[in-house]
Design a protein around this ligand. Structure first.
Ligand code: AHR
Length: 501
């Protein structure tokens, strides 16, 4: 059985854990909104039609922010369609997903849902078919105190207090030719800059996110970031990253190393944005909003747009397996390792659409395999993110060459002394004994070790078998008071929790 080694030290601090790392995404797409968070006929629905069972899962996931209302959808969206009496709202074609948008849920409903779910909203404005005016109208509607047309309209629509939304995305994936209103970097950069400047005239206390590339494989990647930031550097705070990973051509070994690809992507975006910082002689640092990431089998049947115009079709309803959960764990490790530059992130998406939570419209709900790494990381990552010194046997991949079989990150809460280690074993066949050297903490005890693993990496769950893939206690541990040995099963996601003695 190969051995790996991890050295932990409370002084190897990368950055404080950003709660905003544990964000997700709700788009008007498929059954994410209708039949997902909103399902008035459901037995657990409240007066607004929001499902209580979904909100319970949201709380268990420990979500911080929720990005809304898209995604590709936002680039053709008129936010005014979703306010006022529901009976008066227009029904529109949503070109992005070839669906019909009934506008039963809009910004006011979403804000009521966010409040109930205890999450921070991250609002996106349409910079595809619309521009500065519509963005500032929406901002005044949400954040204005009253005494102006749009803020008074919000009051008339039932919300006396401003929503005070802090996080705003300036459009979505504007580099993508599939995007409605797709633009060149210069065109988008100018529009984003002017929109940001006008928004700050209404409310200067905002975190504004410019669109970065929709993937590292985009032909404009790198140049896009440079040109957009050359136009927007002073006005924005963050630049977005989007990335989806899936097993291609049966190459499971490479898929399990998706975190390595995410590491490179983040490093490349940091290099691009810091280049603009150097060239423009700025002191301000632009950080990253990784506001779409996940496993998504985007070339699969489940992701083909409908040909007619259905309301809330079954779309992008990927069913996740054990390997997908391990990859999601690996991606969370990558995001945490980069906490000095990744200020926020959103797992895309929340319910039904490439999601950790699934529902039957009007019926039962359940957790996908990918629910578990997210819920564990969000509940146990506390305090500071620690870089770990790692020695590991290698894992051979066709795509990335030899990468470590073990990937890991740790957090340490200086107030409580709690330490959490998050680790994956990428090996398809071999257990890995990991020696965790804890001497630098001067006296800790093992609280819990868990593992998520199955002999079948392709095992997924249904509503009837949802509990059959979940973290279980890992009792293959031994402890000599300073070094903890823990055996990680092949292809597994693992959490080890330590506390002060
Ligand atoms: O999350 C699904 C889609 O992926 C989003 O709408 C879009 O932004 C991205 O291409």
């Amino acid at each position: 059985m190969p051995n790996a080694r991890l050295a932990l030290d409370p002084s190897f601090v990368v950055a404080p854990v950003s709660r905003r790392t544990f964000g997700t995404f709700v788009e008007h797409l498929g059954r994410c909104v209708y039949g997902g968070i909103h399902d008035p006929g459901h037995p657990t629905a409240d007066a607004d039609g929001f499902r209580g069972d979904v909100i319970d899962f949201v709380r268990e996931l420990g979500i911080s922010t929720v990005r809304y209302p898209g995604g590709n959808f936002v680039s053709g969206y008129r936010w005014e369609d979703g306010i006022g009496p529901v009976a008066d709202r227009p029904v529109r074609k949503d070109l992005a997903w070839h669906s019909t948008e009934p506008n039963l849920v809009g910004v006011d409903e979403f804000m009521r849902w966010a409040k109930k779910a205890g999450v921070e909203p991250m609002m996106a404005v349409n910079l595809g078919t619309r521009g500065v005016q519509e963005a500032i109208d929406l901002l005044d509607y949400t954040n204005g105190a009253g005494g102006s047309f749009h803020s008074d309209l919000r009051k008339k629509n039932g919300s006396a207090d401003p929503y005070d939304i802090k996080m705003w995305c300036l459009g979505n994936e504007m580099d993508g030719p599939w995007q409605i209103g797709h633009k060149t970097a210069r065109e988008y950069g100018r529009l984003a800059s002017e929109t940001a400047r006008a928004m700050r005239l209404i409310d200067n206390d905002l975190t504004l996110v410019a669109c970065g590339s929709s993937g590292a494989d985009m032909p404009t990647f790198g140049t896009w970031e440079r040109e957009v930031l050359e136009e927007t550097y002073d006005e924005v705070d963050l630049i977005s990253m989007h990335a989806y990973y899936w097993e291609k051509d049966g190459d499971l070994a490479s898929f399990l190393a998706a975190g390595v690809e995410m590491d490179h992507f983040i490093d490349d975006v940091v290099a691009s944005v810091d280049h603009v910082r150097a060239a423009q002689k700025k002191t301000k640092r632009i950080n990253i909003s990784f506001d779409e990431w996940n496993v998504w089998y985007l070339d699969g049947e489940a992701s083909k747009n409908p040909t007619d115009w259905p309301v809330a079709p079954v779309l992008l309803e990927d069913q996740y397996n054990v390997a997908d959960a391990v990859v999601v764990g690996g991606l969370l490790i990558s995001l945490l390792k980069h906490s000095d530059r990744v200020a926020s992130a959103s797992l895309a998406q929340l319910v039904n659409v490439i999601a950790p939570i699934m529902t039957e419209t009007g019926g039962r709900s359940w957790k996908q395999t990918t629910f578990h790494p997210f819920a564990q990381a969000s509940s146990f990552a506390r305090g500071d993110v620690l870089r770990v010194e790692l020695q590991s046997p290698v894992h051979e991949t066709a795509k990335y060459g030899a990468v470590p079989a073990l990937d890991a990150v740790a957090t340490h809460d200086p107030e409580t002394g709690d330490v959490s280690v998050f680790a994956i074993n990428r090996s398809l066949t071999e257990e890995l004994t990991v020696d965790v050297d804890t001497r630098a903490f001067g006296g800790v005890r093992l609280v819990q070790a868990t593992t998520l693993h199955d002999a079948d990496p392709y095992k997924s769950v249904t509503v009837d078998t949802a509990d059959s893939v979940a973290p279980v206690a890992n009792d293959k541990t031994s402890w000599d008071g300073s070094v903890l040995s823990v055996v990680l099963p092949p292809l597994s996601w693992n959490v080890v929790r330590l506390a002060k003695q």
